[in-house]
Design a protein around this ligand. Structure first.
Ligand code: ZN
Length: 449
């Protein structure tokens, strides 16, 4: 099939005007000008999107699909209070609710042009939903306990789940990893054992790191609401915690978790230059979640310093529970504008860089850039079409600016993963959207009352 549009953005190469992408099976075969490809492949079926952008699907570098029913549930509270409220509401959901919430998230991801997710999941619903919807996914099994004696049990259950979750999908699309939740919910032994397991079994790791001032104060000084209220609810027992006197990044570094080769740190808003040195030395990839960080008052990640030090950085949404949509256009736009507000016109703060961070750079952060993240012959056909023909978008002079500064998730008209069309003009090929939406309404009632 020949996919065609006014603009084709390979990402790893300059954009093509009036371009096309030839797809055979699950792979991209050729990219170039439409007229030339038509001439060399006269029998190929053509799908022309007109005034649109064809580009690789977005890689959402951090999300939790199973939290999608919590959209808009707890707004206007700072991070630690938001987290406590969510924990309280979670009790009301049964296992089928988690499944359908994750399906709702998967449907929104596809409709937003996301073709790959990096998801931290507790229940496994994210892995099942991603596989059922056809998404490419790295799903990390969350582990947490502050009680050292519970660590062997927690890790044993995680081992079983990781083996089981791998069975949910084709290994070419689904990878399962492990995710120590956060410094305030994991005993150091969790980090040590997770590191050992990940290194010996070649598992990817993702974890929330230095995401809020509350977390920073908890680790360094033993204070903040996370040290008191949250831990009372979370552990149910009085566990001692001695202030460490160091930053979250330096604290984590002591437990060997950054030695894991495929490791992704999420947020990193509370880091200084010495922390960034550690992250760079250990080749830690970073998920930049600008909208979630802004909405929950978590701080602003020092993106310029990350990029200057050569860290791999991509963009994450962090689920509708926090930000409230899986809209990568909003993430790129707000992510750029926040940084420019703070530091003025820096060379890296341009639309093209943010489109790259939403696609190829995020794939590099996951070690998946040999398969996805750009349009190149031989790569998987993970391709989206974004309609840019609306009155607020024309004339289009530079497609990267149009995407970042005028587009939104509803402009995505077509989403393909591995050559399979999963979303096309309001229709999902593998999901029953009417049923999912009806279930979302049922969950809304449960969560609101
Ligand atoms: Zn998260």
């Amino acid at each position: 099939m020949l996919l065609a549009a006014r603009y084709v953005l390979p990402i790893a190469a300059p954009h093509i005007i009036d371009g096309a992408v030839l797809v055979h099976g699950d792979r991209i075969v050729e990219i170039g000008e439409l007229e030339k490809l038509k001439a060399s492949h006269p029998d190929e079926e053509i799908r022309d999107f007109g005034l649109a952008v064809l580009m690789p699907g977005f890689v959402d570098l951090h999300t939790h699909l199973e939290f999608s029913s919590m959209r808009g549930l707890v707004d206007d509270l700072p991070y630690s209070q938001w987290k406590m409220q969510l924990l309280d509401k979670e009790e009301r959901l049964d296992s089928e609710d988690w499944e359908d919430a994750a399906r709702l998230g998967a449907a929104e991801a596809l409709q937003s042009g996301i073709t790959t997710i990096a998801d931290i999941s507790d229940s496994g619903a994210s892995a099942r939903a991603a596989a059922g919807a056809g998404l490419r996914a790295v799903v990390y099994r969350e582990v947490s306990t502050m009680n050292k004696r519970e660590v062997p049990d927690v890790m044993a259950r995680a081992n079983e789940d990781i083996a089981e979750w791998r069975e949910y999908g084709d290994p070419s699309r689904l990878t399962v990893g492990i995710a120590p939740h956060a410094t305030y919910s994991c005993h150091p032994e969790v980090y040590r054992q997770a590191a050992e397991k990940a290194i010996s079994e070649d598992l990817p790791v993702s974890m929330h790191v230095a995401g809020s001032k509350d977390e920073y104060d908890f680790v360094k000084y033993g204070s903040s609401r996370l040290a008191v209220d949250y831990r009372d609810i979370y552990s149910g027992v009085d566990l001692g915690w001695l202030p460490t006197g160091v930053s979250p990044v330096r604290y984590l570094d002591q437990w060997g978790i950054f030695e894991v080769p495929n490791i992704l740190a999420v947020h990193c808003t509370q880091v200084d230059d010495a922390d960034i040195e550690i992250l760079a030395d250990r080749d830690v990839a970073i998920a930049y979640c600008p909208r979630c960080n802004a909405k929950l008052g978590m701080g602003v990640a020092p993106l310029g310093s990350f990029l200057q030090r050569g860290l791999r950085v991509g963009i994450g949404t962090d689920s509708p529970a926090s930000n409230n949509t899986l809209d990568m256009f909003d993430e790129m736009r707000i992510g750029l504008l926040i940084q420019r507000s703070l530091s003025g016109y820096e060379p890296h703060l341009i639309a093209r860089q943010f489109v790259k961070m939403g696609t190829l750079d995020a794939a590099r952060a996951l070690g998946l850039d040999h398969e996805t993240g750009s349009l190149e012959p031989g790569k998987q056909a993970d391709i989206i079409a974004v309609d840019i023909s609306h009155s607020h978008q024309i004339p289009t002079l530079y497609p990267y600016s149009t995407l970042v500064h005028t587009a939104n998730q509803e402009n995505v008209v077509f989403t393909m993963v591995a050559g399979q069309v999963l979303y096309d003009s309001g229709r999902w090929s593998l999901l029953d959207i009417d049923r999912i939406q009806a279930r979302a309404e049922e969950m809304r009632v449960k969560l609101r009352t």
